[in-house]
Design a protein around this ligand. Structure first.
Ligand SMILES: [Zn+2]
Length: 166
């Protein structure tokens, strides 16, 4: 073990990596977050004040982005290979997954009722740059309508670390 002045050396890069591994953030979500961040958009994560704690939240624009796994959330696209049902224990899976999808629909309805907009990105769409660019465009096109928080989100972020930890 490395020691500096009697204390165990702290390696921030490694800590960050471990945080990513431990975290609940799935990889597709990180891909989207990096793209949004690179486009100059700033957001909150897993905002507990909103129904279903949406993954990525633009409060001043009242827009939320959810990155959904195709299998667990029943991507309705018939061409989606990731959403195919398992061949065994079909009843079990159908009940479980339909429950997830029903919860997603409730979340979306609640957000809409609060004047929010929900953009859903499916796991199988993550590797399509055109789709990501379209989402960035949708977010940017949403007007900033809450002056209180608008200033906060617009303020340029000082580069503190070499790379922001997303
Ligand atoms: Zn899919």
């Amino acid at each position: 073990m490395k020691r500096a002045g009697g204390a165990v050396t702290f390696d921030p890069a490694r800590s960050a990596q471990m945080a990513l591994i431990r975290g609940k953030n799935t990889k597709p979500e990180l891909v989207v977050r990096r793209a949004l961040h690179a486009a100059g958009l700033r957001y909150r994560l897993h905002d507990g004040r909103l129904p279903g704690k949406p993954d990525i939240v633009f409060r001043s624009r009242r827009v939320a982005v959810e990155v959904r796994g195709c299998f667990w959330h029943r991507h309705p696209d018939p061409d989606c290979k990731l959403a195919r049902m398992p061949k065994s224990r079909l009843d079990f899976w159908a009940t479980k997954l339909e429950g997830n999808a029903a919860r997603d629909r409730r979340q979306e309805a609640e957000l809409l009722a609060m004047g929010w907009r929900l953009i859903v990105l499916w796991e199988c769409e993550i590797n399509d740059p055109a789709r990501i660019i379209a989402v960035i465009g949708e977010v940017k096109a949403s007007p900033v309508n809450r002056p209180g928080s608008a200033g906060q989100e617009r303020r340029p972020v000082k580069p503190i670390a070499a790379k922001p930890l997303l």
